[in-house]
Design a protein. Structure first.
Length: 325
């Protein structure tokens, strides 16, 4: 996103950016939203379809491949959409969980950061999408891992469903209980899903505990205990210290939402931020962003003071990425 952003020149406010109106970027965002919504609708069907033996795996693979392609183009829009934790489906009247889709997107992002072979990205993504298929089918958390593996093994040839089945079976196993002799690809998929499953689950929490930056810090504390240490660090680099969707207060008093991280490992605390409220707390007119890596003669122009809870402020992070705010 920042590569096409046009800077507004003029004095000390030179770091203030206007978001681009490029046709290509708008198309990418809309396509990301469309594929996300289609995958959520599929996820909502999987529970009953898994029990009834209906064919849906081929459609799931097609949608995951589209997620891979969109992440490879620019992951910003899709990662932002993972701030959505549930979607109302007017056609069915139900509220659909987005957890499986969010985990799939984040798993693809983390797998790319871990340099998993491009040919394996879709396999990691489909395993992530289906990691909770047992819960979708039974609603019983106590048996969902085993039941999910059983459901997946019945869907096709073993070589086509083995990795998703193993991930479904093992994704809740603690780090020190994983089979150290298993194949790297299987092991990597399980460990990737463990990390991003925890991230998406914890960021769905209310209040301060669910703030994305606090969740990242929690995962870093648990790295090497409950989660693969190297993968947690890669996720922190991929998402930044303040991941997309984090609502922050700047030292100026302005309130904004993180749109994307700065991928310079020395500037993980300096993301791109859209300003939502001015220093007085009033909603900001228009759309503008700040690149917190921008410097002037005296140093960084803008700095995050701390993250804040969006709920008391009436801010819905998901609405920003859906384009409704």
């Amino acid at each position: 996103m920042s590569g096409t952003a046009a800077r507004v020149t003029g004095g000390a406010r030179s770091s203030r950016l206007h978001e681009p109106d490029a046709v290509g970027l708008r198309v990418h965002r809309e396509l990301s939203r469309s594929v996300y919504a289609r995958t959520v609708r599929l996820q909502a069907r999987i529970g009953s379809d898994a029990l009834d033996g209906k064919p849906w795996l081929a459609e799931a693979r097609r949608l995951v491949q589209r997620l891979v392609e969109l992440v490879e183009e620019d992951s910003t829009a899709l990662v932002g959409l993972t701030t959505i934790k549930a979607i109302a489906l007017p056609e069915s009247g139900q509220v659909a969980r987005t957890h499986g889709v969010n985990v799939a997107i984040l798993a693809i992002v983390l797998a790319r950061a871990a340099r998993v072979r491009r040919s394996d990205l879709a396999e990691v993504g489909i395993a992530a999408l289906l990691h909770d298929v047992g819960l979708d089918a039974t609603g019983d958390p106590s048996v969902h891992a085993l039941h999910g593996a059983e459901c997946l093994l019945q869907l096709g040839p073993v070589d086509k469903v083995m990795r998703p089945a193993l991930v479904a079976l093992e994704h809740h196993a603690p780090e020190d209980e994983l089979d150290e002799t298993s194949a790297f690809e299987r092991d990597a998929a399980t460990r990737i899903v463990q990390v991003v499953d925890a991230y998406d689950t914890l960021t769905a929490g209310c209040g301060g505990a669910g703030r994305p930056d606090r969740v990242v810090r929690f995962l870093l504390r648990e790295a090497g205990k409950r989660f693969d240490a190297a993968l947690v660090k890669l996720l922190a680099h991929a998402l930044g210290i303040y991941p997309p969707g984090t609502v922050v207060r700047l030292l100026t008093g302005e309130i904004g939402i993180v749109l994307r991280p700065n991928h310079d490992p020395q500037k993980l605390d300096r993301p791109l931020v859209r300003i939502l409220r001015d220093a007085s707390g009033a909603p900001r007119a228009g759309i503008a962003t700040l690149d917190l890596a921008e410097r002037d003669a005296s140093g960084f122009v803008h700095t995050i003071e701390r993250s804040v809870d969006p709920l008391p402020l009436g801010i819905a992070p998901a609405a920003v990425f859906l384009g409704t705010a």
